[in-house]
Design a protein around this ligand. Structure first.
Ligand code: ADP
Length: 570
């Protein structure tokens, strides 16, 4: 179609987080932000008062010499002070680099130097870590302990400035500049489970668009009637943008501080009338254990959004028993972070539970402006037929274009980002992760989903955590080994668990063995560390090969299982 381009005649004002802040202050000045403090006790203020503190903090940052484009590191829990850094740094044109303290000292050292952070703000919990890192942080000009005078560290080799003392000296007005929407406002590194962490630099535009789409009804779907509890940490991908989305829609924001155990979360949920909570599956399992073991229930909570790792049937059933609906989201650091949300179609809750659960276990439909495709090993784009599985690739305005200071291209030649996940897409647009490409078990030419095995194991009443890995098999290349940890005070035999799991899965996915260990290793972002498990089980010999046996094929004792394994894919 030929013809001259006719530009639209609309203002080209920029999508920056100042716009989110303005909406919060103009539309919902009295809405509350509540924090459980690191020092103990609660702190609460209104959106209007928070906005004043953001300006006060901008004056602090200017006095410290922070300039446009500078990175400032933050190592903190979900608190109002970290929220103040999000907005003050972003709105003044600097960059809030959130550091995951669980990355371990080596990675933390690497990311602070790589990002070239000018200052480090930290919660007292992390003082020992920051003090240990300091001698190797050549470009950091100073440290700020996020506390008040009464709680200031008495003796510290890094001689930190004290947050509340700095704030008290400044006025609460600051003229936010007009920024370009493509400027950076925040930064987060991937967790580095395979190689060095990689820096993801978020632009204002990406954050604003992501905040807008996460607020949609068929997404997180929260409103100014909600009180939102982000248990997902602010030090990992902007707490799924909740600190922006809540202010944008005028929802009460409840910050849990450092206490993330089941009892503390439950008490906070009830005391602050939380209606909506967000977190990774491991956190919810411990909350549900507390609620069930103590005969409690939720009185106000209506929804929880689970993401970061696969949602399990156990979590759905666990929450629904207390009248809480569960939605699943999928995303990653590189997507700002949410890519899909599995929102319910009309009439969904009229369906019987057995029909709902398989739908709820899918990762959901792409959020607006995200394009998804699945691609085979040999580069063919596969159909959305609910069967073809391949590498999940995405593109869109809140998807990474390049890692910070990347030395090789981040995207495919035709401009897509390969997520590292393996997925199928159903004809109704719902995406289903079957694995991470590096975790998938390749067995006799088929790909076995470790998620399916783990989800089945979590339904066993004695199992608290589950992870499946591939172990070498001379005939089938790899077969699944299921590793589980048991709930406190529960017992079960490995073979009993194996039979239970196999009863729920197609034969090909039935694990060849089950091992029980005390605790499954969990990484910096609350996910199972399969790399560690692979190290622990690197010399593992499947039961059929113990006592010097060799791979038995059709004549072997496992004939019944292995002989028919690959006959059909059910
Ligand atoms: P990391 O820094 O470890 O990559 P991310 O939080 O960015 O941390 O992890 C993103 C990955 O987490 C995704 O690529 C996917 O494998 C996994 N993930 C996230 N959400 C889900 C989900 N709902 N179901 C299954 N896997 C998920």
């Amino acid at each position: 179609m030929q013809g001259p381009v006719l530009p639209g005649l609309m203002m080209n004002t920029q999508l920056t987080i100042k716009g989110i802040l303005n909406a919060a202050v103009h539309n919902f000045p009295d809405q509350e932000i509540v924090t459980r403090l690191v020092e103990g006790g609660m702190f609460r203020y209104s959106f209007a008062d928070a906005a004043k503190r953001f300006q006060q903090l901008a004056n602090v940052l200017v006095r410290l010499g922070v300039k446009r484009g500078d990175r400032v590191g933050v190592m903190g829990w979900n608190t109002h002070r970290q929220l103040e850094l999000y907005y003050a740094l972003g709105c003044m044109g600097a960059v809030c680099h959130t550091i995951n303290p669980r990355l371990g000292p080596e990675n933390a050292n690497y990311v602070i130097n790589h990002a070239d952070d000018k200052f480090i703000f930290y919660d007292l919990t992390f003082a020992p870590l920051v003090e240990a890192l300091a001698p190797n942080l050549q470009n950091v000009r100073g440290y700020v302990a996020m506390t008040d005078k009464a709680n200031a560290p008495k003796k510290s080799p890094i001689k930190p400035l004290i947050y509340e003392e700095l704030m008290a000296k400044e006025k609460d007005q600051y003229d936010w500049p007009d920024l370009d929407e493509n400027e950076a406002c925040s930064m987060c590194y991937t967790s580095g489970t395979t190689g060095q962490p990689k820096g993801v630099l978020y632009s204002h535009r990406a954050v604003v668009l992501q905040a807008l789409v996460t607020c949609l009804p068929a997404s997180f779907g929260c409103t100014n009637a909600d009180a939102i509890l982000p248990v997902v940490p602010m030090f990992h991908v902007n707490a799924w943008n909740v600190p922006y989305a809540a202010l944008l829609v005028g929802a009460k924001l409840v910050m849990p501080g450092p206490q993330l155990d089941g009892k503390s979360l439950y008490d906070l949920i009830e005391a602050e009338d939380v209606t909506y909570s967000l977190g990774v599956p491991t956190v919810w399992l411990s909350l549900l254990d507390y609620v069930n073991d103590n005969g409690k229930t939720f009185t106000k909570m209506k929804y929880t959004l689970v993401g970061g790792a696969a949602l399990s049937e156990a979590i759905i059933r666990g929450f629904e028993a207390h009248g809480v609906h569960v939605r699943q989201g999928w995303g990653m650091t590189e997507l700002s972070p949410t890519g899909t949300v599995n929102a319910e179609d009309p009439g969904f809750y009229d369906l019987p539970m057995e029909e709902r659960i398989p739908i709820q276990l899918l990762q959901g439909r792409a959020l607006p402006f995200i394009d998804m495709r699945i691609v085979s090993d040999d580069g063919k784009v596969l159909p959305w037929d609910g069967e073809s599985d391949g590498h999940l690739q995405v593109r869109g305005p809140y998807v990474i274009s390049d890692y910070y200071k990347a030395d090789k291209p981040t995207l495919t030649k035709d401009g897509w980002f390969d997520t590292g996940d393996v997925a199928v897409i159903h004809p109704d647009g719902r995406m289903q992760i079957t694995d991470r490409a590096k975790d998938v078990i390749k067995s006799g030419g088929e790909w076995i989903s470790t998620l399916d095995i783990e989800n089945s194991a979590l339904l066993h009443p004695a199992v608290s955590q589950a992870a499946a890995i591939g172990v070498p098999h001379p005939k089938w290349q790899e077969r699944p080994l299921l590793i589980v940890a048991l709930k406190q005070g529960k017992t079960a035999e490995p073979e009993e668990i194996r039979q239970f799991v196999c009863g729920k899965l197609p034969k090909i996915s039935c694990p060849d063995a089950v091992e029980i260990i005390d605790e499954i290793p969990i990484g910096a972002t609350g996910k199972v560390l399969k790399t560690e498990l692979r190290k622990m089980f690197k010399d593992y010999v499947l039961p059929e090969f113990r006592n010097g046996g060799k791979a038995k094929d059709s004549a072997g004792a496992k004939k019944g299982l292995l002989g028919s394994l690959f006959g059909k894919k059910s």
